[in-house]
Design a protein around this ligand. Structure first.
Ligand SMILES: Nc1nc2c(ncn2[C@@H]2O[C@H](COP(=O)(O)OP(=O)(O)OP(=O)(O)O)[C@@H](O)[C@H]2O)c(=O)[nH]1
Ligand SMILES: [Mg+2]
Length: 716
């Protein structure tokens, strides 16, 4: 039996921009809480958190890692996450498993791209938030400017909880704001009295009774404040700021941070309640998952890892009820049940068996098949299911082929395993070129994947130039027909299809409901017999045959033929979307007609009609956010102009930084990391995330189409 209760559990995710010191803080907290005997460190590869060979070699985090410590009767889970935007998938997964996000900021570098992003992602999930200003022993720190920047950027709820004594080389300690000493210690850059009022104002604001007392008596006690803090954090009205240095042998402010997490971070009882759905369709009901041990067991898979030694590891957070080690694990997505070899408590790369898990616990099971990130598990069928988590759409694609002959099978299997672990990494087969394509957040992301393929599966691939996932669609109605007729010894082939195509997007259709309401109905197509909708392609197939000109048994074949073209493309070999097909006439032959004949006729007629409907290529447009020292703004804007980018906003940030926000075609951004690095001597950072598809300009389209040179579409 666990020697702690649900209310004793704290779970925090260390998030923020790269090199802010998250992993170092994690190692420092473990050591401070005596969860480890030795203080791990990124520099010498002894970090408990960055335990992967690649992480040790590169000295930065690639995966999120799960750590735990017991301190002052509390069980604290710490999820350390990568700060590089390339590995954002891991950070988002960790945020789905905790109550509190600790946003770590490097004092010299200030607020960076991923600082803002993670702060917002935590806010979206209703998590409590804490801010840690780390690296206060660094150079060029303008503490009060940074403090102002944090409050300007993240709101007045951000209030100092402790202040530094000295900054830079003279950073020697922290002083509490709640009960400050009568005189501020030398070298403290903050007006502690003013900071204390800001803190109290923010706290009483979240607690009516306390507000009344404060207004009436002008004062509240430190105990009353301490009692109100967890609620204020959980409500998001107070975001305490802590000061630290996680430089090994310094570890200043780490003990104070550990104390604050222990005392004030909300437990699962105070954190955001997760909601699930029970039943399906119109019988579906929403269920709030109560974090108490007596409810039915519900767990949420937030991370998976295929470990060399223990095989599949599935990490989950218990949301309600209790799980005993040998109980069956039922997956609500697959409807299948599995049995694990017991529950595992994780400490970086090591696992320890534990008998049970209660709400708030973050544990893992090994070797339970087919557990994916986002799955809801319970003890039995019919339990609540949590919504699928959302992840950014990976956009950066490379065609790959095995370096060594005969590795094809092994490669796609291993890549699939890695895709299961990382929702921002996908593998697909290009219908046109038949190539295997891996898609991730960036070149760096795919480099890390390839290194893993080698280190974990001893497989190597050769990559080709980035593949931009263009799309094809039409901009007006078109119609065509095709007769497929073949006479070759014995039974011939005959099928004739007449159809029209419609630009669904221009008709305002992108859902099944809109399709029926605005298009696939009898007022539009009087003799409409049937309509099928495929959301993946926003594609509609309407059977508007009158008088059986195409025998009903061949209609599915016509539809199949049309759908084949969706993947093959007609203009340049890219996926087709936003098109409606109306089959309205045809001819058959009593002997020679067959499904195969009508499939071909359908595909060819669709292709002809598509090419007659002023087809266009669509290109993926990405949101970009570029943060650079202000002196490079002009150069960055100039560079982006050559990339058909549209600048939406430009802002100056404290620390003499500028942020440029806009949209740009992905095709122009595939090598941006290197270009930004050379313009800003490595001082710039950026994120790029899929925004929408837009029509490719004519001249660019021509180049792509001529380069594609589609192989002639043979009639089978
Ligand atoms: N001087 C100083 N160095 C620090 C401090 N915190 C971390 N470092 C060093 O900064 C480097 C990066 O630290 P990490 O802990 O790996 O940073 P991170 O935030 O985990 O970085 P990512 O994993 O890439 O997101 C390491 O060399 C650390 O030793 C600090 O407070 N002061
Ligand atoms: Mg790290």
């Amino acid at each position: 039996m666990a020697n702690y209760r649900v209310d004793d559990i704290r779970s925090i995710a260390l998030v923020g921009h790269e090199v802010a010191g998250k992993t170092s803080l994690a190692d420092a907290l473990l050591f401070k809480a005596k969860a480890v005997d030795r203080r791990g460190s990124v520099e010498d590869g002894s970090s408990v958190s960055d335990f992967d060979e690649e992480e040790k070699r590169l000295k930065y985090s690639i995966d999120s890692s799960v750590l735990h410590m017991d301190f002052q009767g509390k069980r604290i889970y710490v999820l350390d996450t990568p700060g590089k935007p390339d590995f954002v998938g891991q950070a988002l997964g960790a945020l789905n498993a905790v109550e509190t996000a600790v946003i770590v900021i490097s004092a010299p570098a200030g607020i960076q791209v991923n600082t803002r992003r993670m702060f917002n992602e935590a806010g979206k999930r209703g998590l409590a938030r804490m801010v840690v200003i780390n690296r206060l022993d660094g150079d060029n720190i303008h503490f009060n400017d940074l403090l102002k920047a944090i409050r300007d950027t993240f709101g007045k709820g951000c209030v100092l909880f402790n202040a530094p004594v000295g900054v830079g080389a003279s950073f020697s300690g922290v002083v509490g704001v709640l009960s400050p000493p009568a005189t501020a210690p030398a070298g403290c850059p903050v007006d502690l009295g003013a900071a204390r009022s800001q803190l109290i104002d923010a706290i009483v604001e979240s607690d009516e009774a306390l507000m009344e007392k404060y207004l009436a008596e002008g004062e509240v006690s430190a105990d009353e404040i301490a009692a109100a803090l967890p609620g204020a954090l959980a409500a998001g009205t107070v975001i305490p700021i802590f000061c630290t240095s996680a430089k090994k042998d310094k570890d200043i402010g780490v003990a104070e941070l550990l104390d604050a997490v222990t005392q004030f971070a909300p437990s699962p009882l105070k954190g955001p309640k997760r909601k699930g759905t029970k039943g399906a369709g119109d019988k579906a009901t929403e269920v709030v998952l109560e974090p108490n041990e007596t409810s039915e067991f519900v767990g949420y898979i937030f991370k998976t890892l295929s470990d060399k030694f223990v095989g599949n590891l599935s990490y989950f957070r218990v949301l309600s009820g209790k799980l005993i080690g040998d109980q069956p694990i039922f997956n609500q997505r697959t409807g299948k049940s599995g049995r694990s070899s017991g529950l595992l408590l994780i400490q970086g790369k090591t696992q320890k068996a534990v008998p049970e898990a209660i709400p708030g616990d973050i544990v893992a099971v090994a070797k339970v098949e087919d557990l994916h990130i986002g799955d809801t598990i319970s003890n039995h069928a019919g339990g609540p299911r949590l919504p699928k988590p959302s992840y950014p759409t990976p956009m950066f694609g490379l065609a790959v082929e095995p370096k060594a002959r005969g590795d094809e099978q092994k490669i796609s299997g291993s890549l699939q395993k890695m895709s299961d672990e990382d929702p921002t990494f996908k593998i697909t087969r290009d219908m046109q070129t038949k190539e295997l394509v891996i898609t991730g957040m960036s070149q760096l992301h795919l480099d890390a994947i390839q290194k893993r393929l080698k280190s974990r599966f001893d497989l190597e691939v050769v990559t080709k130039e980035p593949k931009i996932p263009y799309r094809e669609t039409i901009t007006m109605m078109g119609e065509a027909d095709h007769r497929h007729k073949k006479q070759s010894g014995g039974r011939g082939q005959f099928g004739e299809v007449h159809l029209r195509v419609y630009p669904l997007k221009d008709l305002g259709i992108s859902t099944a409901e809109q399709l029926v309401e605005k298009f696939a109905n009898k007022s539009k197509f009087e003799k409409l017999r049937n309509a099928h909708y495929d959301a993946d392609y926003n594609f509609a197939f309407l059977d508007h045959i009158v008088g059986g000109t195409i025998p009903t048994q061949f209609i599915p074949a016509v539809e199949k033929g049309c759908k084949e073209l969706l993947e093959r493309g007609a203009l340049a070999g890219y996926r087709i979307q936003d098109v409606g097909v109306e089959v309205h006439f045809g001819k058959d032959h009593p002997v020679d007609s067959s499904e195969a004949a009508f499939k071909t006729a359908g595909r060819m007629a669709f292709k002809k009609a598509f090419l007659a409907a002023r087809p266009v290529l669509l290109e993926p447009i990405v949101n970009i956010e570029v943060t650079v020292p202000s002196k490079y703004t002009g150069a960055i804007l100039g560079e982006l102009n050559t990339k058909r980018a549209r600048i939406e906003n430009q802002d100056s940030l404290p620390g003499d930084l500028a942020v440029i926000i806009g949209k740009a075609p992905l095709a122009e951004m595939t090598r941006y990391a290197a270009q930004l690095g050379s313009i800003t001597q490595g001082q710039g950072s950026y994120t790029m995330e899929f925004s929408h598809y837009d029509i490719v300009p004519g001249n660019v389209q021509q180049q792509i189409v001529s380069k594609a040179k589609l192989a002639a579409d043979e009639e089978e």
